[in-house]
Design a protein around this ligand. Structure first.
Ligand SMILES: NC(=O)c1ccc[n+]([C@@H]2O[C@H](COP(=O)([O-])OP(=O)(O)OC[C@H]3O[C@@H](n4cnc5c(N)ncnc54)[C@H](OP(=O)(O)O)[C@@H]3O)[C@@H](O)[C@H]2O)c1
Length: 338
């Protein structure tokens, strides 16, 4: 990144979890950031973390379900730091519950935030990027954009919808010969605050389905995706397995998840009766980057590392092949001389 001309990056859902880790990943490399979320405590403490790294950030308190607020945030970011180079659509909320226990207003709200929030973010970004014929939009996806699981129907529906509209827009950009790039990063289970503050009707505390990764693993993949022209990036072997498994045996997976999906998504602890949730209003506390599953979470994914270092691995493999070929050649020559 050019230090004189820092990258300008918008991250939605920046105050916690994957969004917060992503904002920090860009900040470490000197980017200027726009931080979208609703809760001020999380946004302000993130701004301080970013400034401690020597980068700059503007707090943009905004509900992504409102297109006017999203547009105003984009305008403010450009007035503060200049043209937006990268826009990361990451904000989400959901209700952990069987479909039959979810109210229409709750379904609507989760969809407006998680799906339409990404649509409105993309609109604000595309509008600006098209006029400059440059820029990258990163949609934060999930294994669940391909393979739905029980107890998460609003979320799975929204993630499938983001996948769908993104593919449509990508074809339009290609049709127009645009240099604007849109990509999607599909994540496995991550140790983030969503399991503490998303609305739930489950009897026991919700949990991500193992294997679980720390949000920094996702953040590095998102940073990488913003700087390479890949259609999509799949993070974690479990994501790859879910996507391929669903292609090959969707019905078997329906039954399998029906059997194990309820248990796998709950800890043994009861849900606290006064648990706050962030569906309609933000929670008034800074939840930080990580959730409560640190002891079970990995900091590294070999599959992701190989995906992000594909070029280096290919060069190393080519080097090894040349070396092996040269060694065989030398041995043959030596035999010939004898
Ligand atoms: N955690 C996982 O297991 C997992 C797995 C696969 C994919 N992902 C993806 O990773 C991304 C981040 O998830 P996460 O687990 O990090 O979630 P999280 O910890 O719950 O954080 C969600 C962020 O979105 C913000 N947000 C919620 N409602 C909003 C609204 N109406 N307007 C603006 N911002 C809003 C929250 O802040 P406020 O509430 O203060 O607004 C927070 O900053 C999502 O796209 C998710 O699909 C996560």
């Amino acid at each position: 990144m050019n230090k004189k001309n820092p990258e300008v990056v918008m991250v939605t859902g920046a105050s916690a979890g994957v969004g917060r880790a992503t904002a920090l990943a860009f900040a470490k490399r000197g980017a200027h950031l726009g931080l979208i979320a609703r809760g001020l405590p999380g946004l302000e403490s993130l701004r301080k973390e970013i400034e401690a790294l020597g980068a700059r950030a503007v707090v943009l308190q905004c509900d992504v379900a409102d297109p006017e607020q999203v547009e105003a945030s984009a305008k403010k970011l450009e007035e503060t730091f200049g043209p937006i180079n990268v826009w990361v659509n990451n904000a989400m909320t959901t209700i952990f519950a069987p479909f039959k226990k979810i109210e229409p207003a709750e379904y609507k709200r989760a969809t407006e935030v998680t799906y339409l929030g990404a649509v409105y973010g993309t609109m604000a970004a595309v509008k600006r990027m098209l006029s400059r014929d440059s820029g990258t939009i990163v949609q934060v996806g999930s294994a669940l954009a391909y393979r739905s699981i029980p107890l998460q129907s609003p979320y799975c529906g929204a993630k499938h919808a983001i996948l769908g509209f993104t593919a449509s827009l990508r074809s339009e950009l290609l049709h127009d010969g645009s240099n604007v790039h849109i990509t999607m990063v599909h994540l496995p289970a991550m140790n983030t605050p969503q399991f503490e503050w998303c609305r739930t009707r489950l009897p026991r505390h919700p949990q991500p389905v193992p294997p679980i990764f720390e949000p920094e693993v996702a953040a590095e993949a998102i940073y990488w995706a913003a700087h390479h022209r890949r259609r999509e990036v799949r993070v974690g072997a479990s994501t790859v397995k879910a996507i391929i498994g669903n292609k090959v045996m969707p019905s078997t997976l329906d039954h399998y998840l029906g059997n194990i999906g309820y248990e796998a998504q709950q800890t043994h602890d009861p849900v606290l009766p006064d648990r706050p949730d962030n569906l309609f209003e933000p929670v008034d506390t800074d939840y930080g980057t990580h959730g409560s599953f640190g002891a079970k979470s990995a900091n590294f994914s070999l599959q992701t590392w190989s995906t992000l270092h594909r070029g280096t691995l290919a060069a190393a493999a080519a080097g090894a092949a040349v070396l092996a070929w040269a060694t065989v050649g030398r041995k043959k020559k030596a035999r010939h001389k004898r």
